[in-house]
Design a protein around this ligand. Structure first.
Ligand SMILES: [Zn+2]
Length: 395
């Protein structure tokens, strides 16, 4: 590409960025209204009736913006929404962009009635506002702007809105991975970090359970006939921190224990649950091996270990770094200086990143995910929607 061509392209991009920016500002009241509507409709991850009711409201809004909608039936919970934009695919086409979002929240039915959407000093509060109903609004207005302004997508776009991300995406995961294998790269619309940074690395998340089995006996009459599962479990637990390797970003937390049946009974049963976080696949394998090798230490007891990594780490690969650099240069045409960060929390980006380059944190800045003061910064909604539209056009 010669320099003059590049200059013209950049001039075009800045002119289009201005038109998109103006479109978003003209629509900023409509965006807040849409957000209020979504927030005031509770969508706990296991409530099919509520989830399906909201996805039936969301779907026609995306088809009105030029999408071809399809419901992925889910008997275990809410249906997922799969919506495609751009021309029907042919074998010779370039691969599409994959957008991943979710419309379930961690909040139970009735939360919105108790704490409906409200605005206070430029912030929009309410259950699921930040994680991630504002993100659904961002995607919706980005594709609407592209259509309403008569702009052409550079690539086809596939959007998956899942209904079960907050419980680890058990039913949407195979669809996410199947779509990722056929896509060029993924944009995940989880909220950004507290300072508005995109997320280019996430830790992998593992859950392990250690069950100690002993033999019950009367603690006073014939304690020698028993084998104490609680004492066995205690030996196992004090060993867990030795798996940790802070220099490699590997942490473990024994978060739950239970055991025993009475204070005067030698405990026949005890168990612990452990949360493990790792920054790379090699560490995930090391931790899985460490748990698999646990052996009972006390005579008459057994240990049974279960669990594993349900979200692989999202490692900041060269392809992810390059995708971020391109996004950052596109954001400059909106005078937005994008920054990146890593986080210990998991998302659907953990499923796409081992397969294709992935950017996460493309939602709306705010705070309080999974907390009562959850909110988004309202003036950021049109800004992030404009950014998202430009990414769809130029990435
Ligand atoms: Zn989320």
């Amino acid at each position: 590409m010669n320099i003059s061509k590049q200059t013209i392209d950049l001039g075009d991009r800045i002119a289009i960025a201005k038109r998109i920016d103006a479109y978003m500002h003209d629509n900023s009241d409509a965006m807040i209204e849409t957000l209020a509507c979504y927030v005031n409709h509770d969508t706990p991850s296991r409530d099919k009736t509520l989830l399906d009711a909201l996805s039936r409201k969301i779907e026609p809004r995306f088809t009105a913006a030029g999408g071809r909608g399809e419901r992925i039936a889910n008997a275990q919970g809410g249906d997922h929404l799969l919506i495609r934009f751009g021309p029907e695919s042919t074998d010779t086409d370039s691969k599409p962009i994959l957008i991943i979002g979710h419309f379930d929240t961690v909040w139970p039915a009735g939360t919105a009635l108790r704490r409906p959407f409200r605005i206070d000093r430029g912030r929009g509060f309410g259950p699921g506002s930040y994680d991630m109903k504002a993100s659904v609004v961002v995607i919706e207005f980005a594709v609407a702007a592209i259509r309403d302004l008569g702009l052409d997508l550079a690539r086809r776009v596939t959007l998956l809105l899942g209904s079960d991300e907050e419980i680890g995406s058990p039913e949407s995961r195979p669809h996410i991975e199947r779509l990722a294998r056929r896509s060029e790269f993924a944009l995940v619309v989880e909220p950004p970090t507290a300072d508005g940074s995109l997320k280019t690395a996430r830790k992998g998340v593992g859950r392990f359970r250690i069950e100690a089995l002993g033999k019950a006996a009367h603690a006073g009459v014939e304690p020698e006939k028993g084998a104490n599962a609680i004492v066995e479990l205690a030996h196992q637990i004090v060993n867990i921190p030795s798996f940790q390797d802070l220099s490699r970003g590997t942490t473990l937390n024994v978060g739950l224990i239970e055991g025993g049946s009475g204070v005067n009974v030698v405990a026949a049963h005890a168990s612990a649950e452990i949360d493990a976080r790792v920054s790379n696949a090699a560490e995930a394998e090391r931790i899985e091996r460490a748990f698999a090798s646990l052996k009972a230490l006390l005579p008459g007891t057994k240990v049974v270990v279960s669990g594993g990594f349900n979200r692989p780490p999202m490692e900041r690969t060269a392809a992810i770094a390059e995708l971020f650099d391109r996004a950052r240069s596109i954001a400059k045409s909106l005078d937005l200086d994008l920054t990146e960060a890593s986080t210990g929390g998991g998302s659907d980006a953990n499923f796409t990143a081992p397969l294709i380059a992935t950017l996460d944190g493309l939602g709306v800045p705010g705070a309080g995910a999974h907390a009562e003061d959850e909110h988004v910064i309202l003036e950021e909604i049109p800004r992030r929607a404009a950014l998202f539209a430009l990414l769809l056009l130029y990435l």
